[in-house]
Design a protein around this ligand. Structure first.
Ligand SMILES: *Cc1c(COP(=O)(O)O)cnc(C)c1O
Length: 425
């Protein structure tokens, strides 16, 4: 479906060998549909972009989007806001987390997650990572007791969902309220239950690289009326309580008015207008991502030295990105794979890089949070590679990408083995 050139020949590192090169873009998402563009034009023509600026009898795009997203997840309440990070901070505030409070969270996550904790003056307590790239339950149980935290901000990083039945049992035992960061799991499930429906509240992002694209944007869902009343008030609702179709009743909101500051961060009608048709189309997009994911995965199944992340049977994932490990590989050999793939147009992100590159920053880079060392996470991230799978890629693109990675890993693996035999490392 994309028109990027494919499989054009290139020069190998040795000079003579012709090698396949991929020329597609890893940052190019699908364009917006005509339905989304039409909805945006309608909002721009009438000019009522603010969510509370409504004509008589008009519900407004934001309120309708909230209602539709609540229905999509099965949650009673939904609030659309300015960003995913804002949604996380709002969830923390709505739960009463304050300055100085410890908040447990995954060490393997994206910077805005501990950033949301820090935005309240609270303190992130990072928990170890498993080989499956999910939170380590033993370390979580230990740190829940040690830290005295009341809240776990659980990040389903890169779309990997932990065993949510065990997680929720552990949270109940240790008295933790669970906020789910579903930035990478919109549309995913665990045991048939939508991701975001296990914890007390869940947050999503509609930033361009997530599963819905409005440039920036975020969502909160919850069944808890008091928590969501506080979230609506925090987002800056100016007493327009009746203009929320997926919020608790105005009487519940009224109970919280006096005690809740306005920390302005609403969504606008223009963004909601382009999100509604995308939400209606999400099923198709999820199927398309998963076909691409399974195609790349199949192409890497027999690559020596490479470990795929096996997906649990209970997990219904959305393969908008793929991760694999080169466990035990020295840094120089992984750098050779990343450089070899880059030379052939395949953008791999390495979580073990000494300095942060874009979203691949890891917990040790967040010096402001004064993180304690996490040897297990360090070991896993030192061999972890990550790749986006934008829907602008065709299945043929995915087969070529897998072939390039396979060839580059084999080449580096061969040199690694030779180096080991000649005692070089
Ligand atoms: C993108 C992202 C966020 C934050 O979302 P923004 O909308 O960019 O603020 C939070 N958590 C994870 C894991 C993310 O990838």
């Amino acid at each position: 479906m994309s028109d990027t050139g494919r499989d054009s020949p290139g020069k190998g590192p040795g000079g003579g060998v012709e090698q396949a090169v991929f020329t597609g873009s890893f940052t190019q998402q699908e364009p917006l549909s005509n339905a989304a563009i039409g909805a945006a034009l309608a909002v721009m023509r009438h000019g009522r972009l603010h969510r509370y600026n409504l004509a008589p009898g008009e519900a407004g795009e934001v309120a309708l989007f909230e209602q539709e997203f609540a229905a999509f997840t099965g949650a009673r309440h939904c609030l659309a806001v300015a960003s995913g990070g804002y949604a996380l901070a709002t969830a923390l505030r709505a739960l009463g987390v304050g300055a100085g409070a410890p908040v447990l969270t995954n060490a393997f996550t994206l910077a805005p997650v501990p950033g949301a904790i820090a935005s309240l003056g609270a303190r992130p307590v990072f928990v170890e990572t498993t080989d499956a790239l999910t939170i380590d339950f033993a370390d979580l149980a230990r740190k829940a007791v040690q830290s005295g935290a009341r809240v776990l901000l659980l990040s389903h990083m890169r779309g990997h969902v932990c065993d949510m039945d065990r997680l929720m049992a552990l949270a109940a035992d240790t008295g933790l309220a669970v906020i789910e960061d579903c930035a990478h799991t919109m549309g995913a499930t665990w045991g048939g239950v939508p991701s975001g429906r296990h914890g007390i509240v869940a947050c999503y992002s509609t930033q361009t690289y997530k599963h819905l694209n409005s440039g920036e944007g975020g969502l909160l869902i919850s069944d808890d009326p008091d928590l969501m009343a506080r979230a609506v008030l925090l987002s800056g609702s100016y007493m327009f309580h009746d203009r929320h179709l997926a919020a608790p009743p105005p009487a519940v909101l009224a109970r919280h008015v006096a005690g809740t500051p306005n920390i302005s961060g609403r969504m606008d009608n223009l963004r909601a207008a382009i999100l509604r048709p995308q939400l209606a189309d999400l099923g198709r997009r999820i199927a398309a991502w998963n076909e691409r994911y399974r195609t790349v995965e199949a192409g890497l199944r027999s690559t020596p030295g490479l470990a795929l992340i096996e997906r649990p049977a209970n997990e219904g994932f959305v393969g908008s990105s793929i991760q694999f490990r080169l466990p035990g590989w020295p840094a120089a050999a992984i750098e050779a794979v990343v450089a070899g793939c880059a030379r052939r147009g395949v953008e791999l992100k390495w979580f073990g890089a000494p300095r942060p590159h874009g979203f691949t920053a890891r917990y040790a880079h967040w010096a402001w949070a004064d993180p304690a060392p996490l040897p297990q996470t360090d070991r896993i991230l030192s061999g972890l590679l990550d790749m986006r799978l934008p829907l602008s890629f065709s299945l043929e693109d995915c087969r070529l990408i897998a072939r390039i990675i396979d060839e580059e890993v084999r080449a580096a693996d061969g040199e690694r083995a030779q180096g080991a035999r000649s005692g070089k490392v």
